[in-house]
Write a protein that binds this ligand. Structure first.
Ligand code: MF3
Ligand code: CO
Ligand code: CO
Length: 274
């Protein structure tokens, strides 16, 4: 059974199993946080080039958040020590920035979550490093289309299963695997809140979507099988079969007649090449 709740001063900062239905202040807070998140993903485009160290990109992202009066929500989150996640090639998600330089032909997901006035703007995009083979570019394109097909289903009266179904059927039509081990999530003043937004599903199943719900959709699509392997560091998730993986993420809010995307690129840099 799904329960819904109107957040109050007591509950707004607490992760609950009930799905929060946010009001105008929540949408205003998310608009501001989402905009900064998207501006950061716009601003790093010139930094994502062959030879760049991903730790330098992390430093830039942290500084841009601090300059805007925001805080990286990931820094110190369950012990995570970085201001973004940078997931290269066969890394599915939660890749950690480091000294290893980007190489020509890499595909990379960069995921940022600034905390602005207490609200979380969570978004990620894929970047192409130099000349990327057509097979990898095709995975990136299909993954972007998966996200947007999911978002098309995000409207009152539909169910979470409609979103999962749209993503899964499109990905599998291209013989790609949809990762099951990580999902989208409610967010707001809480980083990872109910509901879990699973990127597979059957139409009409799962919680009904209602105006005021705020959540991410962030499909992880593998060129091969959907199975995940965790590295020893406890964070980095890679494809078990070493196939390439791609991901895009938006934060959205359900409105009376559809949804609002809080993390749209102000510069129109929606999908690569940028
Ligand atoms: N931004 C990621 C998400 O989309 C969460 C990263 S948590 C971290 O939910 F600790 F790994 F950074
Ligand atoms: Co997220
Ligand atoms: Co994210």
């Amino acid at each position: 059974m799904t329960t819904y709740l109107t957040p109050t001063a007591e509950t707004q900062n607490v992760r609950t199993s009930a799905i929060k239905l946010h009001g105008p202040e929540g949408f205003a807070g998310m608009r501001k946080a989402g905009r900064l998140a998207a501006e950061i993903l716009d601003a790093i485009v010139p930094l994502v080039v062959p030879g760049a160290k991903t730790s330098d990109i992390d430093d830039f992202i942290r500084q841009m958040m601090l300059d805007a009066g925001a805080v990286p929500a990931t820094l110190g989150y369950h012990g995570y020590a970085y201001s973004c996640c940078i997931s290269l090639n066969n890394v599915i998600c939660h890749g950690m920035p480091g000294d290893k330089p980007l190489k020509d032909g890499d595909i990379v997901n960069i995921d940022v979550t600034p905390l602005v006035d207490g609200w979380h703007g969570d978004t990620s995009r894929m970047y192409l490093v130099g000349d990327v083979p057509v097979k990898a570019r095709r995975l990136v394109d299909v993954t972007y289309d998966c996200l947007m097909l999911g978002i098309e289903q995000a409207k009152p009266g539909n169910h979470l299963g409609d979103i999962g179904h749209a993503i899964q059927s499109y990905a599998e039509r291209h013989r790609y695997g949809v990762v099951r081990d990580f999902c989208g999530h409610g967010l707001g003043r809480v980083f990872h809140d109910a509901p879990e937004v699973i990127h597979v599903g059957r139409p009409g199943t799962g919680p009904e979507l209602r105006p005021g719900m705020i959540f991410t959709i962030e499909p992880m699509i593998n060129a091969g099988k959907p199975t995940v392997k965790m590295l020893e560091d406890g964070w980095t998730a890679v494809t078990r079969d070493r196939s390439l993986s791609a991901q895009f993420e938006h934060s959205i809010g359900i409105t009376e007649d559809g949804c609002e995307i809080f993390t749209l690129s102000p510069k129109g840099l929606h999908r690569p090449p940028y």
